[in-house]
Structures are given as structure tokens and as C-alpha cells.
Design a protein. Structure first.
Length: 284
């Protein structure tokens, strides 16, 4: 079952996404104000039980970023072998992973527009799998890493390319423009290692395949990501790790192909679904 955050007439809900609409569940669990609270309480199974056999109530709604109040979002950069080669800088495969923070304000929901700002038209796409931590842990061993995952979702880690080069040692500026990326459409509870080990990412722009790879080729697999990150910080329920994007982003094409108003970007992963967004210029 899949669980989403969405709004109806400006009122935010969470519930089960099923054929025909949404089954609202927030009134059933008044102790949990948001999906984040559900994750922190380990309550996804309770949501699933409550939704069984229910009829969708909301047919007209708007998806929100799936955890709009996510406290911490960490992204892993340059995590596929071909991605490292795309930089054409002669560097060897890195021993340690690249990490940077993103904030929830930089993401919108499924079927919502990515916003291209007037300061730069170098808006790019990056299709990725995101994991949601469900159990706290510090110095987590790789063999135990999957035990700490509550759910999976998808991310288009939209980036303003020239702004990631504004400083020498960080990419924060280009990675955190309001509504430049998307996370969603929903959370899929994580119950089987094959959900990650056998996952394939496909990113399409206007129907054209731009990215196509499998998570098993990651230089730093997700088990290692959890081990490494939890070495320096205690992972907490609700933390999101955006795990890395394959080769084929617009900046690395020849010539570069950045997103423009009217474009449609789809990130598809088997077993999770498809995250779809259009592109619009920021209203000024």
C-alpha cells in the first residue's frame, strides 16, 4: 500500500493512495498529525490495516511533498561510476561519498510544477530513490542497515547548475531553490531487500529516456550510505537520504539540455511508481 500527503481545498491530509483516489486516515489517527508523526511512531502498518477495504473519499486533491516537515534531508552525490566519468576531470572513483543537505522547502509534490527562477535558467533534473529512516541508530553496521528503513519514495533532485559553482567547497546554493525539485508521490513501506537491490531508475523528459540504471551499480550502496552517515550523526526516524542519480542529467549532455517551461519530467522506479512534474517559470 502507498501513503501520501495531499491537500483538498487547502486543507492538508495524509492517507492511502488507491485506484480511484485517496482514503484519508488522519482523522482515524488523531494522535498523528502528519505522515512524519506516523513514521516516527512506526505506524505505517497501522495505516495499512485501517485502509483495508475502505473506499476512497477524495477524488480531487493535490499531492504535496510526501514529508513536507521532514527534519533532515541528506543527498549523496556522484554515486554511479559513469557519473564520476561525466565530470571529465580525470579523477578516480572516490573512496568516500559526497554529501550535501537539502531542505523540505526545495521540494514540491507529484504532478506539481518545478519552478525555474529568473536568476538562472539552468534548471536540471536528477532522478533518484529516496529512503526514509524508521528506526534511530548510530554507527549502524551494513548488515543491519536495511532494518532502519521505514519506507521508500522517489526524488527529482532538481538543481540550478550554475549556482552550485558559486563557492569552492559546497553546492548548497544550487540545491535549495524553492520548489526546484520534487519528492513523492507517496511512501511505499520497505519490507524486502529486493525493493532496493533490484530497483531500476528511469528518468524521462518529454517522453525521452535520459537516465536508465540500476541501484546495484552504485559506487556507495545504500547499506554503505547508512553506515557512513550514521558514523557522524545519529539517524532519526523521518530523516530522508536521497541516494544518488545515474548518468544522463541535462548538464552533461552535449550540448547541455536544461529544463524549460512546458517540459514534463518523469522518474520511474519499479515497485515504487512514477514521480511526474511539469516545469514553470517563477511568477515575478
Amino acid at each position: 500500500m502507498k501513503f501520501a500527503t495531499y491537500t483538498v481545498d487547502g486543507v492538508m491530509h495524509y492517507g492511502a493512495a488507491v485506484d480511484g483516489g485517496m482514503i484519508p486516515l488522519n482523522d482515524t489517527f488523531p494522535q498523528w498529525n502528519s505522515l512524519l508523526d506516523v513514521v516516527k511512531a512506526g505506524g505505517l502498518n497501522d495505516l495499512e490495516v485501517a485502509a483495508q477495504g475502505q473506499t476512497p473519499i477524495h477524488q480531487e486533491f493535490q499531492y504535496e511533498m510526501v514529508l513536507p516537515n521532514a527534519p533532515r534531508i541528506l543527498c549523496v552525490g556522484v554515486n554511479f561510476p559513469d557519473r564520476n566519468a561525466e565530470y571529465k576531470d580525470g579523477s578516480e572513483q572516490p573512496k568516500f561519498m559526497s554529501l550535501f543537505p537539502r531542505f523540505a522547502s526545495g521540494f514540491t509534490g507529484h504532478d506539481r510544477p518545478l519552478i525555474r527562477p529568473p536568476e538562472s535558467h539552468m534548471l536540471d533534473y536528477e532522478g533518484e530513490v529516496a529512503i526514509v529512516i524508521g528506526k534511530a541508530g548510530r554507527r549502524i553496521a551494513q548488515k543491519d542497515a536495511y532494518d532502519h528503513i521505514a519506507a521508500l519514495t522517489l526524488c527529482n533532485e532538481g538543481t540550478i547548475r550554475d549556482w552550485v559553482r558559486h563557492a569552492k567547497f559546497n553546492v548548497t546554493q544550487g540545491k535549495n531553490w524553492d520548489c526546484s525539485g520534487a519528492i513523492g508521490p507517496w511512501l511505499v513501506p520497505f519490507r524486502d531487500a529486493a525493493q532496493l537491490d533490484d530497483a531500476r531508475i528511469i528518468t524521462r523528459v518529454n517522453g525521452e529516456v535520459r537516465q536508465d540504471d540500476v541501484l546495484s551499480r552504485m559506487m556507495h550502496p545504500i547499506r554503505r550510505e547508512i553506515e557512513y552517515i550514521s558514523t557522524f550523526m545519529t539517524l532519526q526516524p523521518g530523516d530522508i537520504i536521497v541516494t544518488g542519480t545515474p548518468t544522463g542529467s541535462g548538464a552533461r549532455l552535449d550540448p547541455p539540455q536544461y529544463l524549460a517551461p512546458g517540459d514534463v519530467v518523469e522518474v520511474e522506479v519499479n515497485g515504487i511508481g512514477t514521480l511526474r512534474n511539469t516545469v514553470e517559470d517563477e511568477a515575478t
